[in-house]
Each structure stands twice: as C-alpha cells, then as structure tokens.
Design a protein. Structure first.
Lengths: 309, 292
C-alpha cells in the first residue's frame, strides 16, 4: 500500500512539468524542503525557530555569489552554501538554547533580523536590488541542465535527497532522543544526555537543509533577494507546517504546496495574499491544530479501529 | 575618531535615543505586563501601536479631532479592539503552549497590517506636531513636542509600574499570575481580569502610537519594524520584569543613539550585539537577578 503510494507520487512528480509551469513546481519543491527542515525543529524537537528565513536567504546569497564569481559546478555551490548555513545554525543554536520555549522563538526572530541587516549592508549582496543573473552551472562540471524542464528533474532529485536525509534523521536513535526532548526534557537530562547539545546539532541539521533549499531556490530563480531573509518568509514556513500538520512527515510538504499555490493565485491581488495567510493561520490554530495531514491520519485511525471493533 | 563631533550632533542623537528609548520602554512594558499575567507574547503589539497612530490620524483627518483628544480616544479604541481580540482568538487557546498565542497574534498582525495597507496604502502619512517650536538650550535645540514625549512617557511608565507593584489591584494581578485558582476562590473574576489586563496592555500600545504619530510617519509597517527591536529589548531585560523592561528600553534607546554618533554603520546592529552578549554572559536576563 505505502510502496504503491510512493510509486504513484514519483510517477506524478515526473510527469507534472508537462502540465504545470516548471518554475512554480520548482518553487513548491524548494519550499517542501524548507518547510520540512523547519518541521524537524518544531515538530520533532519542540523548538519554534521564528527566523528560519535567515538560513534560506543567507544560503541563497552564498550559492549565488559562488556561482557568479567562481567557476564551481552547481552541486559544489549548493553544498558549500548549505554548509555555511549549518554553521550559522550552530551559532544561533549555541546562543538561543540558553533560553527555552517562547524566548527561543523571540531570540531566533531577532537573530534573523540581524542577518537581514547584515545582508542589507554587505556589498556582495547588491543591497536592496538583490543579486541578479545567477548562472545554472553544469552539473558535476559536465552535464548542461540549464533548460527549465531538465532543471526541474535536477531540483526533484535534490528534493528527494533532502527529504530522505530528514527521514533518516527522524528515524535514527538520534531522532528518538530529539522526540524525547520534545516530550520530556528533564527526563532526557536525567538519563545522562545533554539536551542542549542535541538541540544545537538539530539546529545545525535543520539550518543546513533550509540552506540547501535556499541555494536551490537561488538557482531556480537565478536571483537572490532580501525577501528570502524577511520575517514574512519565516512566518510563511510556520503557516505551511501548521497547515499541513507539525510533527507529521508529509504534512509540511502538503502545506508548502498549498501555500505556494495560494500565493501564486493571489499574487495579482497584492495585500490579499498576506491577509489570507493570516486568516488561514488563525483558523488552523483555533480549529485544526493537528493540520490537514494530522487530522486525516487521526480520522483514518478512528475508522480502522471502528472496523476492527 | 572623535573629531568633528559637535555638541549639537552629540546631544541631538542623544535626544533621538531618549525618544526612541521612550517608545521601546512603553512597548516593552506593555509586553511584559501581558506576558506576566497571561504568558502570552503579544506579537500584535506593534500592529496595535500602529493602530493607535492610525486612529489618531483618522480622528484628525475625518472628524477634525485634535491631538489632545486623540490622546484619550485612540487608546480606548485600540483597547476595545484588544478586548475583542482576546475574546476571539486568545481565550480559546489560553490552555495551550504559549507558542500558539505567539503565532496567533503574529497571524493577527498580518491581517491588521494587510487591512490597513489595503485601505490607506503603504506610504507614510504626515501628522503635524501639536506643539510646534521649541527652545534653544545653547548646546542644542529642544523641540517642545519631543520634550513632552519624554516627560509623558516617563510618567506613564512610572505610573503603570506603581499601579502594578504597589496597589491592591496590582497585587491581585501578581497573585493571579502565581495561582489563578486561589485568587478565584477569593471571589475575583480572573478571566475578566485577564481580558482587562490584555486590553490595558494593548491600550498602552495604542497610546504609544498616538504619541509617535507626530514624530514618525504614520505607516502600516511602523509597528512591525519596531517589534523586532522590542523583542530584543525584552530578551535582554528578562521576561516578565516590568521595571526591567522599562529600564532596558531607555538604556538601549540611548546606546543606539550614541552609536549613531560614534559608529553610524553599527547603529542598526548594536541592539542585537547587546542581545548576543547578554545571552552569553547573563543568560537569565539583565534584571532578573533582582527577583530570583
């Protein structure tokens, strides 16, 4: 059953660019990775990083800079950018885990703004204008993938890689400890683990994957702007995760697809996109806290139990 | 490095720092009061501050109500708005993790700012000063209105602090924070007190907004940009301490102003550097030592 679903998903993903505008699909894929990286922290460690956009945006600029000024191939640029992002994540984690709960959220929020100002004032980013004309270099220095549809398959493969990495983290002994920290931090500490260390490492992994998404996004659009670092994007990823269902593996992906689609539809109405996001977030928090996927899963389990009994 | 720094520049920036600090202090104080009783980090504080400024602007431009009238009316209007917000979106999730209330007030911010921008555009609207002119102090020029803002904000902060730390009403508030059941058993309606406290904190944000209207441009994003700094102020001062929030607010405003004189490039970043240092060396908050 599950294998059939995955195969169906792969078939749909492979066929989609023949029916839907590839750039829109690639945007969705980037945000699928981004939202999943955020969910790794909120859903599995219980940490609300209210500045996830700093990893996305910083990494986009770094990948763009590498591709523009050096001759490195595309995968090197993306990995290097993700690495820098992971280091930033480690530093933010080191400082922010000193406070728990709600203050962790506020510190990461302030941090993201700090990164925003740094990027705004740096010379290499192009300031308010952003960084234009980022090339799609050859894969491994050999394969030309610059055509939009070919590039979609590249992005799809990268997304699969990132999602697989998150899956491995969640279903590892390390991931079990993360979930235990979420459920009862004092208990984990009493077992001889140091929750702070695990949180910092989780931050690094999450930031690295978010950075991976940002670098990919920069090559998709071939530009990087300050919007990617702004707090609206940090908020957007929260909405995606909650709408889909935090702590579920597929929830953030569904949420990302839904919100990017909505943004695309509402793009011509200006302010309405943000208002719609706000209203949806309020409704989700008030009435649908498990998210679409979480509620569907609960419903599925209830039905199965009823059939059994 | 200190060449070319005239007294005019130094004291001018110092004044701007105190002015900014007044707003940091008033907003951080409102945030601390709301957090202290409800454990809600009111992200919408910035948007409510903006609403205060907008209501003042609307009162003047449509009904001709002058600044001094708006100073009383606008905070009440914004407080009523806060009352409705508390009942509609905060009360239903009061029993949940505080992260949800942060997110729901964030969502409310998107809606409030979006709605204002939709109706009035995103450009700043001017609001002329009710106290034009000023006095020349020799070393600098002091506009009357700015003097009024500094004095008024200090009195508001001290008054609120006295109200909460040194009156019976404040004692109820602090007791309800420690143990709502006990306070309830004394016949006090705690849910109503919570609603009114939120409305009071929101009203303070609205009052700050009216105060800010003649100084900064009235624009939909005036609150959210400020909110980022306020979060840093609250983190530095330590959550929940009212005096801590007030003092940190003024202090950081002044430090920011002085940075503009001596190292202008760093002015945007100095508060975040202080936040980093405070987190590393005083992880419990600058003013939390007095309480614990």
């Amino acid at each position: 059953m599950r294998i059939a679903l995955v195969l169906l998903g792969v078939a749909v993903a492979l066929a989609l660019p023949f029916f839907v505008y590839p750039i829109l699909l690639m945007t969705i894929l980037c945000f699928v990775i981004f939202a999943s990286s955020f969910n790794l922290l909120l859903g599995y460690v219980g940490l609300l990083c209210f500045g996830q956009a700093m990893f996305l945006g910083l990494s986009a600029y770094i990948a763009g800079y590498l591709l523009k000024t050096t001759g490195v191939s595309i995968e090197i640029a993306i990995l290097a950018a993700a690495l820098v992002s992971a280091l930033l994540g480690g530093f933010v984690g080191f400082v922010a885990v000193r406070r728990t709960g709600i203050q962790f959220a506020m510190i990461t929020f302030a941090f993201a703004q700090f990164v925003y100002f740094m990027l705004l004032q740096s010379d290499f980013t192009g300031g308010e204008d952003g960084m234009q004309g980022i090339p799609r270099s050859d894969l491994f220095g050999l394969v030309d993938i610059s055509d939009s549809r070919t590039f979609y398959y590249f992005v799809l493969a990268m997304t699969a890689l990132a999602i697989f990495a998150i899956y491995r983290v969640i279903h590892s002994p390390f991931g079990e400890i993360l979930k235990a920290i979420r459920d009862n931090e004092a208990r984990v500490e009493s077992l001889g683990f140091r929750p702070e260390r695990f949180k910092i490492i989780a931050m690094m992994i999450s930031a690295g994957i978010a950075g991976f998404a940002g670098a990919l996004k920069a090559t998709v659009f071939q530009f990087a702007t300050l919007t990617d670092v702004s707090w609206t994007v940090s908020g957007e990823v929260i909405l995606m995760t909650l709408l889909g269902g935090m702590g579920t593996f597929t929830g953030p992906m569904v949420g990302a697809a839904a919100i990017i689609f909505l943004n695309d539809e509402l793009a011509q109405f200006g302010e309405w996109a943000l208002i719609a996001q706000g209203v949806i977030l309020i409704l989700v928090i008030l009435f649908l806290r498990r998210g679409v996927v979480g509620e569907a899963g609960a419903l599925w389990r209830r039905m199965r139990n009823r059939n059994k009994g | 490095m200190f060449d070319g720094i005239t007294p005019q520049l130094l004291f001018g920036q110092l004044l701007i720092g105190v002015i900014n600090g007044s707003f940091y202090a008033m907003l951080a104080m409102g945030l601390a009061i709301i957090f202290g009783l409800m454990h809600v980090v009111n992200f919408a504080h910035g948007a409510q501050y903006m609403l205060g400024a907008f209501v003042a602007w609307l009162l003047l431009s449509t009904l001709g109500v002058p600044y001094w009238g708006a100073l009383f009316i606008a905070p009440v209007v914004v407080a009523i708005f806060g009352l409705v917000m508390e009942r509609l979106i905060l009360k239903p999730i009061a029993h949940l993790d505080p992260l949800y209330s942060l997110l729901v007030t964030y969502a409310a911010t998107l809606v409030i700012e979006g709605a204002v921008r939709l109706n009035y555009g995103s450009t700043g609207l001017p609001y002329s000063s009710p106290l034009p002119g000023g006095v020349n102090l020799g070393f600098m020029f002091m506009p009357w209105y700015r003097l009024w803002v500094v004095v008024f904000s200090i009195f508001t902060c001290l008054g609120t602090w006295l109200l909460i730390e040194h009156t019976k009403l404040g004692a109820y508030l602090r007791a309800a924070n420690e143990s709502p059941e006990t306070v309830e058993s004394f016949g006090i309606n705690v849910p109503r007190m919570v609603t009114l406290t939120y409305a009071f904190g929101v009203g303070l944000a609205g009052l700050s907004g009216v105060l800010a209207a003649p100084i900064y441009q009235v624009s939909p994003s005036m609150g959210s940009t400020l909110m980022i700094t306020i979060f840093a102020v609250v983190v530095i001062g330590g959550m929940g301490s009212i005096m801590g929030a007030i003092l940190t607010g003024y202090l950081l405003g002044i430090v920011e102003g002085l940075t503009k004189v001596f190292y202008p490039e760093g002015a945007n970043l100095v508060i975040f550097f202080i936040m980093l240092l405070a987190l590393i060396f005083r992880p419990k908050g600058l003013f939390s030592g007095e309480k614990s």
